[in-house]
Design a protein around this ligand. Structure first.
Ligand code: TGC
Ligand code: FAD
Length: 414
């Protein structure tokens, strides 16, 4: 049964462990829609967006600055996100997903990231990087064991691809598995893994006889640890971890049987990059909304700064870029729903939209002047977060090279 949409009222009564900040961003959010793009959305899609928008207003915005300042992921949100169906939105209902289309998935990510990139990251990883590979490459037993729990927020997952010496080039990974009686022994380390310390199950990519394979590593397995990485200035409300494997024994049933080679993890990245492309539009919208309100109320030289041509130039640039980003997101979702999407098309949107959102966040900080560095406004948090979002799931340069290869036929990675 599809749980989206929920009744927003039911959420208002839920308690929050962080005390809410009096936040100027709490002014009712005005979603920019200059070209009436809402006319392209179905009633169901609009309802999903409104549902997640209400969730962000009621549950995320009141506590997010505290969480980011404390450097803590607000764990109490996991069950609530599950209650409104945010995990596995576009996966089949038989395993606990919401069975909705990719426009719904994108709009949900957009709204979540209007709240915070770290919260969207949690949902992206759970849905696209953990539930997706278990659904797509897993055995029926693996699906039954993990998908309903992950959808319900009763289990948390993470995705381990990046290593200390293999970031943009995952083919260079050193983590390896060896066959032993009854299963495999895993050795190696992963780094920069979202949700790692929290995870009950880690989807880990390692070489078996020189070929990349996916393994399910479970919390508590002997020889497996997941220390949290500290000291981030970005995505502070998200847990980022190392994964360390020292002779970890994995039973035979913990290998993902349905895929071999780098196309396994890269196929998951296509799903997550799609969600990110929408997500960053939400962060950009938050910055634009705050900038417009601020510019209209901040008086200098006897008039609102919104009345200066240089400020208007910035605001128009923001609106223009957001409008283009909304349009390419919608189009890519339609191609994805038609099942004709090529990964390179996702690279175009991820590359464009991350760059767009980061530029807008920086510009928004300028419009807010000194106030822009305060956590009374969301812009510095978004700007800092977007530095990570532009880097993970393939850096801007990697997506340039993917597209360069696609249009010229010549690879320029090496
Ligand atoms: P290459 O030879 O190009 O490809 C190997 C095989 O994979 C296929 N393939 C894809 N399949 C599905 N989706 C994609 N996006 C695909 N890209 C490639 C390809 O057709 C081939 O298949 P086959 O059948 O011929 O074997 O591989 P390469 O080693 O040359 O690598 C290419 C490159 C550099 C583009 C790739 O390695 C890459 O994308 N690097 C960037 C690494 C990256 O994005 N890492 C992300 C880590 S996870 C993360 O950041 C999560 S953050 C989560 C959060 O908090 O939100
Ligand atoms: P490098 O690959 O070392 O690149 C450094 C610089 O060199 C970049 O600018 C890059 O574009 C450039 N460069 C590299 N190669 C080339 C080339 N051939 N041509 C031109 N320029 C090049 N990974 C996971 O597996 N799971 C996760 O859950 C996860 N979560 C993350 C969360 C956060 C907060 C962050 C910051 C990262 C996360 N990552 C995760 C890792 C992320 O995917 C990598 O950081 C990213 O792929 C880049 O790798 P790197 O940092 O090693 O940079």
């Amino acid at each position: 049964m599809c749980r989206l949409p929920f009744t927003p009222k039911s959420l208002i009564s839920l308690s929050v462990p962080f005390s809410p900040l009096p936040n100027s961003t709490f002014m009712a959010f005005q979603s920019p829609d200059y070209l009436n793009l809402d006319e392209l959305l179905t009633e169901e899609e609009l309802l999903v967006r409104q549902t997640v928008r209400d969730f962000v207003d009621n549950e995320i915005l009141p506590i997010i600055e505290h969480a980011a300042r404390a450097g803590e992921f607000p764990l109490h949100l996991v069950k609530k996100m599950a209650e409104i169906g945010l995990f596995g939105i576009n996966l089949p209902q038989e395993y606990g997903g919401a069975g909705l289309n990719n426009v719904c998935y994108g709009l949900a990510m957009q709204e979540l990231e209007r709240g915070d990139s770290g919260i969207r990251s949690f949902a992206s990883v759970q849905s696209s990087l953990v539930m997706y590979p278990i659904y797509t490459y897993g055995s029926e037993e693996q699906r039954q064991k993990w998908l309903p729990k992950l959808a319900a927020g009763e289990a948390i997952g993470c995705f381990g691809l990046t290593e200390p010496d293999a970031g943009s080039n995952p083919a260079g990974m050193l983590t390896n598995a060896k066959r032993v009686e009854g299963g495999f022994v895993l050795n190696g380390a992963k780094m920069w893994i979202t949700n790692g310390t929290l995870a009950d199950v880690a989807v880990v990519w390692a070489k078996l006889d020189g070929v990349v394979r996916g393994f399910l590593v479970e919390k508590g397995m002997k020889g497996f640890s997941a220390p949290e990485m500290k000291g981030k200035h970005s995505l502070r409300a998200s847990v980022t971890s190392e994964l360390v494997f020292q002779d970890v024994f994995l039973p035979e049933e913990n290998i993902l049987p349905g895929v071999e080679g780098l196309k396994g993890p890269l196929g998951c990245l296509t799903q997550a990059r799609f969600g990110i492309s929408w997500g960053v539009v939400g962060a950009a919208m938050a910055c634009y909304d705050s900038s417009l309100n601020y510019a209209k109320s901040r008086i200098q030289f006897g008039k609102p700064i919104a009345g200066f041509q240089l400020t208007q130039d910035k605001l128009v640039f923001m609106l223009n870029e957001i409008t283009k980003a909304q349009m390419i997101c919608w189009r890519v979702a339609k191609i994805k729903d038609a099942k004709t999407l090529r990964p390179q098309q996702v690279s175009l949107v991820k590359r464009n939209n991350c760059e767009m959102a980061l530029t807008i966040a920086r510009m928004s900080r300028e419009i807010h002047g000194a106030n822009g560095i305060l956590d009374e406004y969301p812009v510095m948090r978004h700007a800092a977060n977007l530095e990570s979002v532009k880097t993970y799931e393939g850096t801007h340069e990697m997506h340039t090279l993917i597209l360069g290869q696609d249009i010229t036929g010549i690879a320029a990675f090496e």
